[in-house]
Ligand binder design. Structure first.
Ligand SMILES: [Cu+2]
Length: 147
């Protein structure tokens, strides 16, 4: 009996001590060419201060965290970020024209109606994997693409 209780505590304690990040509304836009990078979007919210430190997917060589910064002339440029802070209780939205997860070196085109797994790596919460639906080439938000 004692062995069972110790084993149960060992399983529960790390969970209680860790931040939890909820990742919702994943989507990506279908690509016209496999040679162009794709982009994926999610909403992420952590119950404690945490930080996105990377992402990966089996369908791309690597996934980069990109922001878009607008210069004084109003021209937007993609800026690579090594990490992205997730303040506790604040939903961070990835969306076209803003933060996105750039899928570099796609092994195949992103085809509308398919899905692919995307794993987000958080400093405190660890890995969270979501299934990303691929919407049409003209989709600009999740709800638009699902109509
Ligand atoms: Cu980008």
């Amino acid at each position: 009996m004692r062995v069972l209780i110790v084993a149960a505590l060992a399983v529960m304690l790390p969970l209680a001590a860790h931040a939890e990040v909820v990742v919702t509304d994943p989507w990506a836009r279908a690509s016209i060419l496999a040679s162009r990078p794709g982009a994926a979007y999610v909403t992420a919210e952590s119950d404690e201060d945490d930080r996105l430190i990377g992402a990966s997917t089996p369908i791309a060589d690597r996934v980069m965290i990109h922001a878009i910064e607008t210069d004084a002339n109003g021209i937007g440029r993609m800026v690579h970020r090594k990490t992205l802070d997730l303040p506790a209780g604040e939903a961070v939205d990835f969306a076209p024209g803003g933060m996105h997860l750039m899928l570099m070196g796609l092994s195949e085109k992103l085809v509308e109606g398919t899905t692919f797994p995307l794993t987000l790596h958080f400093e405190a919460a660890g890995e969270v994997t979501v299934n990303v639906p691929v919407l049409g080439v003209a989709a600009s938000r999740l709800d638009e693409g699902s109509k």
